[in-house]
Design a binder for this molecule. Structure first.
Ligand code: NAD
Length: 496
């Protein structure tokens, strides 16, 4: 069986030790093994990153950016290979994986602007013959810990920017789809990145805890579920590290009575069921304002859902693929059962779909649940599956109150033709990323990505301008050179 190891100091390695199976979720079979890094392996990766830092830090930003230009070209050249790797381990359909990769590449494009992004601020004559400037210096060795659901895009949110800012990097990808990160590391080497600047350690909690405890790691970027995000943030802070930890979500869409209902239904289908709902920006709850619009919308959703196709990644005519593991599929099925037990109506039940030739895959069909109420366990939890829940509310205020009261605040969207309502909604809603007739408002690479409430622990969002701030520390220098004309005497008062 193929063994997936690590990438340390410019080389792949597969040291002996604990291993875990990597499944093809479409066949349900373990097709690979991933090596789970020991403390010794993580130490080695950090040491290599630490050794590579001084030279990389002093490499001109334009030269660092040139590596990213070459990396972008290689990502485009090998796009089909990356899409296939994602499909085989994550299970997402090729068109969806290609979209993920494209959004990742856009972060590389942003990183190519390093010389411009790292230009500091300069003030001349802040005092007699005194000039001052602020510059952005790298932190040192920084680390990224990433989830299974975007094996290419989420690592690409982190390391291109961290690296062009002059840091060196240790990435710990999800052990459930570990190959993509290794492939990206090889491309970076081919693009001309010096050995040791980017390292990948595959592993689980043991590897993560080593990264959190090692004083040489200066900052941690995490993306994953909320309980782990909170743990990472608390531990990283206790160990004196800078940390941004992005967590889970429960994204609501409001459908107003004046919405273009056919458009809203199309957008909801893609945003709820794309990638089997395994997206932190998936729309998983729709709040229909008024029973009339709810009934029309539910009818249209139900009839559109009959034609949705779940299947394996190779067939691009499929709409979405399997869930990541059997355990996760059973967990999602459990939420569907609990909703029924608590009194919701299961209008479309995706349990036990038949996928020809893939009978053992972790498939779950699109599921629609109506008459959901706030106390239901399935409403409170992030389901992370192809399940859309419908709630009926009287007005926009009631809808907004539900969104604001929810533990998560990642993304949300309103479907309406009313500019005043949309403006009020975007201004007041307690959510970090808002769409107006845009179902998945994932910010472009030159903005930054982050939720509110328990969807993000930390101050700075991921990538974009916040990413530059996260991966650099500001230094401000005030300078005076001896002058032949100005002589100052001793002063004991505060300089002004
Ligand atoms: P996860 O929290 O289980 O794992 C994320 C990472 O943490 C992995 O690398 C994993 O190895 C590590 N990890 C897991 N358990 C750990 C532990 N006990 N101690 C230390 N490290 C541990 O998340 P997942 O299932 O891989 O990904 C899905 C979750 O990620 C969902 O909740 C989703 O909403 C979230 N997510 C959030 C965003 C965002 O931007 N907010 C983006 C993508 C995914």
């Amino acid at each position: 069986m193929k063994v997936v190891g690590h990438f340390i100091n410019g080389e792949t390695c597969t040291p002996k030790g604990r291993m875990q199976e990597v499944f093809n979720p479409a066949t349900g079979e373990a097709e690979k093994l991933v090596v789970l890094a020991s403390k010794q392996t993580v130490n080695e990766a950090i040491t290599c990153a630490e050794n590579a830092f001084p030279a990389w830090r002093n490499t001109p930003a334009s030269k660092r950016a040139r590596v990213m230009f070459a990396f972008k070209a290689l990502l485009e050249k090998h796009a089909d290979d990356i899409v296939a790797l994602i499909g085989a381990e994550h299970g997402k359909i090729s068109h969806d994986a290609a979209g993920e990769l494209q959004r990742g590449i856009e972060n590389v494009e942003f990183a190519c602007a390093a010389p411009q992004l790292l230009k500091g601020e300069h003030s001349k004559n802040v005092g007699p013959n005194i000039d001052a400037w602020s510059e952005y210096q790298p932190l040192g060795v920084v680390s990224g810990i990433t989830p299974f659901n975007f094996p290419a895009m989420v690592p690409l949110w982190m390391f291109p920017l961290a690296i062009v800012c002059g840091n060196t990097f240790v990435l710990k990808p999800s052990e459930r789809d570990p190959s993509c990160a290794i492939f990206l590391a090889k491309l970076l080497k081919e693009a001309g990145l010096p050995d040791g600047v980017f390292n990948v350690v595959n592993g689980d909690k043991e590897a993560v805890d080593c990264l959190l405890e090692d004083a040489r790691i200066k900052a941690v970027s995490f993306v994953g579920s909320t309980p782990i995000a909170e743990y990472i943030y608390t531990q990283a802070n206790a160990n004196g590290k800078r940390c941004q930890a992005l967590g889970g979500a429960k994204n609501h869409a409001i459908v107003m009575p004046d919405a273009d209902i056919d458009n809203a239904v199309n957008q909801l289908l893609g945003a709820a069921f794309g990638s089997s709902g395994e997206r932190c920006m998936a729309l998983s709850v729709v709040l229909a304002v008024g029973d009339d619009i709810a009934d029309i919308m539910v009818d249209k959703l139900q009839s559109a859902m009959t034609s949705l196709k779940v299947g394996a990644y190779e067939d691009a005519s499929n709409d979405f693929g399997p869930l990541i593991t059997l355990q996760h599929k059973e967990k999602v099925e459990g939420y569907i059962s609990s909703a029924a037990e608590e009194g919701a109506s299961i209008l479309v039940d995706g349990r036990n779909p038949h996928v020809d030739g893939f009978e053992n895959g972790f498939f779950l069909g699109a599921t629609l649940i109506d008459k959901v109420t706030p106390k239901m366990a399935s409403y409170q939890a992030e389901i992370f599956g192809p399940v859309l829940q419908v709630m009926r509310v009287k007005n926009m205020e009631e809808a907004m109150a539900l969104i604001d009261e929810h533990e998560y605040g990642n993304g949300t969207c309103i479907f309406t033709r009313d500019g005043e309502a949309a403006r009020y909604f975007s201004d007041h809603i307690q959510v970090g990323m808002v769409g107006i007739n845009v179902p998945l408002p994932v910010p472009v690479s030159y903005h930054s990505f982050g939720g509110w409430k328990r969807s993000l622990f930390g101050d700075l969002h991921a990538y974009g301008p916040d990413g530059v701030r996260f991966y650099t520390k500001r230094k401000t220098i005030t300078q005076r050179w001896p002058s032949s004309t100005i002589r100052e005497g001793v002063s004991f008062s505060f300089p002004s």
